[in-house]
Design a protein around this ligand. Structure first.
Ligand SMILES: [Fe+2]
Ligand SMILES: [Fe+2]
Length: 269
């Protein structure tokens, strides 16, 4: 069943001109660069999501879903822009990101050219399940955001909350145009490999530029694991739910947390 809440397009601003600490997440380089790595990937793949969903817009007759598509495309376009704006912070901190971005762009356009519209939509729905699961974890564990730079906290909260708000849109479009379970599952497996590959490459690329050895990275990752126990297990549970035949993104509801946080960081009133 499609969910029927409205999806609002917000216009927050971020102080990327101000000093942002190099390791803005709990002073932990590995987790900071994991987020920074996603930051590098977001603009390219969020624009891909918008194109994949828009391809099917004319086949949708449900008025609520059409409204939600408008909200979804508006939110994703804003996210892509904000994450692109964040590149200036990484460049100011001395990171060389241009070559990596070019490789990723070439890879993403190759995938887009090779995949059928159906597969592109199923890949989008699967990736939206990933972003909503990450967002759900972030918003349901307030301790995660305690020692985070305020500008970055605002960016993470805003993006996470909106990922929760629009988490069902691509999925509902996929169901409305009759894409079946097998394509959905194949796309989820492809997305998992893709996320693992590119988030690892982007994180390692940034850690390498800081000359942080694999051993030290391992220690930082373990430190995080000890501090935030149980989060990885919860994440696995959320992600694996996608394999259920009767899965729907709105099964796990983080909407209340999302709206509470948006008020807390001053984006919503
Ligand atoms: Fe997004
Ligand atoms: Fe999204």
């Amino acid at each position: 069943m499609p969910s029927n809440h409205s999806i609002k397009i917000r216009h927050p601003t971020f102080d990327f001109d101000k000093e942002i600490p190099r390791y803005w997440f709990n002073d932990n380089p590995v987790i900071t660069h994991n987020f920074n790595g996603y930051n590098l990937l977001f603009p390219e793949f969020e624009r891909f999501f918008v194109r994949s969903v828009m391809h099917y817009k004319n086949q949708i007759t449900d008025e609520t879903l059409l409204e939600q598509i408008k909200g979804f495309t508006g939110q994703e376009s804003k996210h892509a822009q904000a994450h692109e704006d964040y590149f200036q912070v990484l460049e100011r901190q001395g990171y060389k990101i241009t070559r990596f971005l070019r490789w990723y762009k070439n890879y993403a356009s190759f995938v887009e050219r090779m995949a059928t519209p159906k597969l592109r939509l199923a890949l989008t729905a699967a990736a939206e399940h990933y972003t909503a699961s990450i967002a759900g974890i972030v918003l349901s564990h307030p301790e995660l955001l305690e020692n985070v730079n305020p500008t970055m906290r605002k960016l993470v909260v805003w993006h996470s909350a909106e990922e929760i708000e629009h988490r069902s849109v691509a999925f509902d479009v996929m169901q409305a145009v009759g894409i079946g379970n097998s394509t959905r599952i194949v796309a989820f497996l492809m997305t998992s490999l893709d996320m693992l590959l590119w988030s690892t490459l982007s994180t390692v690329m940034l850690l390498w530029q800081d000359r942080i050895s694999p051993w030290r990275s391992f220690k930082y990752k373990r430190q995080y694991g000890k501090k935030f126990k149980g989060i990885n297990k919860r994440m696995r549970q959320l992600l694996l739910a996608y394999f259920r035949k009767d899965f729907h993104p709105s099964d796990v509801d983080f909407l209340e947390d999302a709206h509470k946080y948006l008020k807390q960081v001053g984006i919503d009133e």
